[in-house]
Write a protein that binds this ligand. Sequence first.
Ligand code: NAD
Ligand code: DAU
Length: 339
Amino acid sequence: MKIVVTGGAGFIGSNFIFYMRKNHPDDRIICIDKLTYAGNLSTLEPIMDDQEFRFVKADICDREVIHRLFEEEHPDMVVNFAAESHVDRSITDPGVFLQTNIMGTAVLLDICREFGIKRFHQVSTDEVYGDLPLDRPDLFFREDTPIHASSPYSSSKASADLLVMAYYRTYGTPVTISRCSNNYGPYHFPEKLIPLMIINALHDKPLPVYGNGLNVRDWLYVEDHCKAIDLILHRGQIGEIYNVGGHNEMRNIDIVRKICRILQKPESLITHVADRKGHDMRYAIDPTKIQTELGWYPETSFDEGILKTVQWYLDHQTWWEPIINGEYQSYYRKMYGTD
Ligand code: NAD
Ligand code: DAU
């Protein structure tokens, strides 16, 4: 099997490539990544020389380049992780989100259609469903929950999902979509909640919690997400959407307190800052479909996963230090108003 993985130099894409190299060593993986601020080639260094791995620096919006690559490789499957993924950046600068997340997906779909791809898998997000109220713990996102996106990021992901399903219905393109909840684990870019809090705590810097910190996210260890995508690729039904999540809802403030406890840092580092515009209150996935149809269950509990993640950041300062010492510094200053 030849699989194109877009966005493979980012957080989940790189974890997925490592997962596939380990579990399907005979598959050839072709990683396409533009290497934006969020892409990091050093992450893929351990497999750069593998016979069955090829890295191509390219933009998924670049029709000519992607077409040429398909002529060379004739892949069987495409797994599309490539995206602008940070909600806060989408609030300050939506344009690039529309370009990559919508137009990039459209380019890939056209080329997949032309080359008769066996599977196009779109890595989507639970954010396309909008949010749930805090006082209705009985409500969950199901695959038939209407799309009700809140931010420019989630709207762009929802648009891409609509396009994917339109290509299935109109042209019969063999597609699947996964909509996963918040991931955490190794290689998570430092701008996101968990790595940001770990790295700030290690430097005894303020831990900036948006608003009252009562917003709820449904956290999943990244390897469990990779396993779900692998199952969908091999056993998922064409034209279907699968929600992925492990019933692990936590309030932001409790996550930050937990990180303080693990690192033995005082909670006085926690600083409540201005809330995110349009901040979604609660995400919660109902994973019944992927559990009953594909037998997927998460393997890593949050208690185990967060310990492994903190340890990973302690052991891999050489991965994140160049990031926080680079362009990230000006992003951080603009976003949080301090160094
Ligand atoms: P990330 O920001 O860490 O990585 C994105 C990668 O895509 C980077 O390597 C970047 O260089 C690359 N990229 C960006 N624009 C590109 C373009 N035009 N052409 C080629 N490559 C480009 O993101 P992530 O957190 O790993 O998320 C991966 C995917 O999973 C995204 O589609 C996101 O919407 C989805 N998702 C993420 C989460 C999460 O919790 N992080 C949860 C559910 C779904
Ligand atoms: O639910 C899936 C989504 O999860 C993915 O589609 C997105 O790509 C991914 O970035 C993530 O989105 P969130 O907005 O939920 O993740 P983030 O880590 O940015 O924020 C998590 C929560 O923590 C959110 O309620 C905002 C809050 N937060 C975040 C940061 C960066 C803070 O309180 N302080 C912060 O400094």
